[in-house]
Design a binder for this molecule. Structure first.
Ligand code: SF4
Length: 479
């Protein structure tokens, strides 16, 4: 039983004695939604226990609150609700936080903000990482390693040329990274019964999180990292990323209990020079505590966005001297006159220019929320409603039913020849390529990469209801 509504009042956290010892609690007053638990009540109290009291540090009146698996109780004749051992508390569930943002936030909340301001830099580790990820996907689909490496290095030719890299040098390096994956895939623990899926897109209406897992093996998330890690344990932020996917996978059943990180550079290290655990694959247990931590972290982001706050870096324990974003962080703080744990450098830009920046920043955030509204239609509308709104194709037939696919756009005159094709898989793919996301411009670097991106992420039947597809104009999961 889930309870959802608008927060009217956030109480004070206090400790009480219980039969299990002293525990913290906080009482929240909400106005329940009209179509859920306690509908019709003007206000009800929900008691959050234990670590869920953390919500009180970030919640404010007016925010949307969801408590799953609530228990109903009665105190002095008044009905109330409380978290149970199975509950999750979600602030602003309609705000979709990306898994990679949860990862950035645990590194430092200000890093999450800086990532929003700057695009992905044209840097060799980034380009190489993209190539290795694409080769990884190809290997899972059974493609030949050399062929996959050659194709993806060629496809990234423009970026590599701008970076002054030689194709052969890159092919060798990618092959060394990818060979580690290939070797790991071939290990005895992975038999022919292994069940693999690559690039698995997940969106959770309950937790307000979305993301794309690099791969799933027997239903467990596997994340690929092209750096090295010679510790026995995966890095904490990497664990959080994989645990986030486990949480999303668990929304429709039991969450996976194991996550795997593959550090591909480990296999390319010289064993005479490096010490530590050089094995690329590192597994870890995904327990309930880790899953709750993911949700609490996600709540911090959603609350910060609802309040339109700018993180300073003081919210976390990250050490600025070890941070690779330190220079950017200080310059942004100095130019925009923001408080930052790293300090400021430079002179602030004039006030009217800062106002202009703020207005633009707010407009972009408003647009992001509008995009989230579109995402929500995936589960709030039926396939037919989405098709009527020109947001989906339905009734596509498999290739054997040649010529029978049709576009259910609600207006048959608008069904293009591409859609009226003989091969439904091709119809889906071509339709998606035509639906250029609004963030791409014809001459942007992003648009030049679209065909490759789309072709590697085309609709996966297991993540898309059998008769529906992602709506046009939906941005990539990273948006
Ligand atoms: S420099 Fe410090 S405050 Fe800035 S992002 Fe890095 S850790 Fe956070």
């Amino acid at each position: 039983m889930n309870l959802r509504g608008t927060l009217l009042d956030v109480g004070e956290v206090r400790a009480v004695s219980t039969q299990y010892g002293e525990r913290d609690l906080v009482e929240m007053t909400i106005r329940p939604d009209e179509d859920g638990v306690a509908a019709g009540d003007d206000a009800v109290t929900v008691t959050l226990w234990g670590k869920w009291t953390h919500t009180a540090d970030h919640a404010a009146a007016g925010m949307d609150l969801l408590v799953t698996a609530v228990e109903e109780n009665e105190f002095r004749g008044e009905r109330g609700y409380a978290t149970s051992g199975d509950s999750y508390v979600v602030l602003e569930p309609d705000f979709l936080v990306d898994v990679t943002d949860v990862r950035s936030w645990v590194q430092c909340p200000r890093m999450y903000y800086l990532n929003k301001l700057s695009g992905v830099p044209l840097a060799y580790p980034v380009v190489k990482g993209t190539i290795v990820h694409e080769v990884f996907g190809d290997l899972l689909r059974g493609r030949d390693l050399d062929e996959a490496v050659a194709d993806h290095v060629e496809a990234a030719g423009l970026e590599l040329g701008l970076l002054g890299r030689e194709a052969q040098e890159v092919r060798d390096e990618v092959r060394r990274n990818a060979a580690a994956i290939e070797g790991w895939l071939a290990q005895g623990t992975l038999t022919e019964e292994d069940d693999w899926r690559s690039e698995y897109t997940l969106i959770s209406p309950t937790f307000g999180i979305k993301g794309r897992a690099d791969a799933l093996r027997r239903g467990m998330p596997v994340e690929l990292k092209t750096g090295k890690n010679t510790n026995r344990e995966p890095r904490f932020q990497d664990k959080i990323q994989a645990a986030s996917y486990a949480l999303l996978l668990g929304e429709s059943g039991d969450p996976p209990d194991t996550g795997t990180l593959l550090y591909t550079k480990n296999a390319a290290l010289d064993r005479n020079e490096e010490t530590g655990d050089l094995s690329p694959a590192k597994e870890f247990s995904v327990g309930r505590g880790l899953l709750e931590f993911v949700v609490r972290t996600r709540n911090e982001i959603a609350a910060m966005e609802a309040e339109r706050d700018v993180p300073t870096g003081y919210e976390a324990d990250a050490k600025c001297e070890y941070c690779f974003e330190q220079d950017t962080c200080m310059v942004v703080s100095g130019r925009l006159d923001q408080e930052s744990k790293a300090g400021q450098v430079g002179t602030a830009i004039p006030e009217d220019e800062r106002d202009y920046f703020e207005a633009f920043y707010r407009a972009i955030e408003d647009e992001r929320r509008a995009v989230h509204d579109e995402y929500r239609k995936l589960w709030e509308q039926s396939a037919e409603e989405r098709a009527d709104a020109d947001r989906a194709l339905i009734d596509l037939a498999p290739p054997s039913a040649a010529g029978s696919c049709r576009a259910a756009t609600g207006n048959s005159a608008r069904a293009s020849p591409t859609v009226r094709c003989r091969n439904s898989a091709r119809a889906t793919l071509r339709w998606r390529v035509r639906a250029t996301p609004s963030t791409a411009t014809p001459n942007s670097a992003a648009s030049s990469r679209f065909p490759r991106r789309w072709s590697s992420t085309r609709t996966n039947p297991s993540t898309c209801a059998a008769s529906t597809c992602t709506p046009p104009n939906s941005p990539s999961p990273g948006s």
